[in-house]
Design a protein around this ligand. Sequence first.
Ligand SMILES: Nc1ncnc2c1ncn2[C@@H]1O[C@H](COP(=O)(O)OP(=O)(O)OP(=O)(O)O)[C@@H](O)[C@H]1O
Ligand SMILES: Cc1ncc(C[n+]2csc(CCO)c2C)c(N)n1
Length: 247
Amino acid sequence: MSASTDSATDNSRSARTYRWECDELLRGEASKKYGLIIVNQPIRRDLLDRAWKAAEVRLCADGGANRLYKVDEQQAYLPDMIKGDLDSIRDDVRTHYSSKGVPVVEDKDEYSTDLMKCIAEVPQDHALVLLGGLSGRVDQSVHTMAMLHKIDREIYVLDGESFAWLLRPGRHEIRIDHHTMGQTCGILPVGVDSARVKTQGLKWDTDWETSLNGNLSTSNHLLPENPEVVIETDRPILWTVEIRPLD
Ligand SMILES: Nc1ncnc2c1ncn2[C@@H]1O[C@H](COP(=O)(O)OP(=O)(O)OP(=O)(O)O)[C@@H](O)[C@H]1O
Ligand SMILES: Cc1ncc(C[n+]2csc(CCO)c2C)c(N)n1
């Protein structure tokens, strides 16, 4: 993502313009530094491979190490660190990674999650990529959503069939890669009462106030001829786009 203040759009609705080129993650490419955090959720092998390749720093949040160990049968991938309260990592997994020199860092703080403990380890100049975190346990999923709001960093979530990130107030120009992104997408006012949202480039473009008890754009579609979607919003919203099977 790159951000600029555009005087032409410098009004109360959209003071900043953001350009999102994070579709590169789905191709395993990186034009900037990414820090990958693998959480304790089922891992899609194709997504792991792409995200691992794009990332410069890779961590496992506690039981996330069990997931990596299981999916990486050749044991080709060594994370830079495993961190958490360590109540979920299996003994054999801990022994394996320790023997390969991976630091396994115990932090027993009961007021921060394993995800927070890992985020703190990723250098500030790295964008964050979470593998998992928005599905599974509802409390954990809402906690991940809270991290997107509270942490003033780029955070991308790859979870199952969804690629999701927060769009803060402003104008967002989102590059679309139709080879890796499926057609379905959503604009979700999660964590805000409502948001005024205008879109360009979707099958069902909106110019409305969206809220969970009012207008909501789920199961919207990208259009194959459009290489970009533009979204203007006055409040933070979750943008989510489907991920195709990646080969
Ligand atoms: N069921 C789940 N759904 C979504 N995210 C999960 C789930 N389980 C774990 N996570 C994510 O993986 C991280 C590591 O989880 P792990 O299971 O190892 O520990 P935990 O004790 O469940 O989590 P924590 O200690 O952070 O509360 C969590 O901090 C969370 O971000
Ligand atoms: C109000 C409140 N609710 C839950 C917890 C528990 N908790 C939150 S994060 C965490 C660490 C998990 O590894 C634990 C145990 C708390 N401390 N305060």
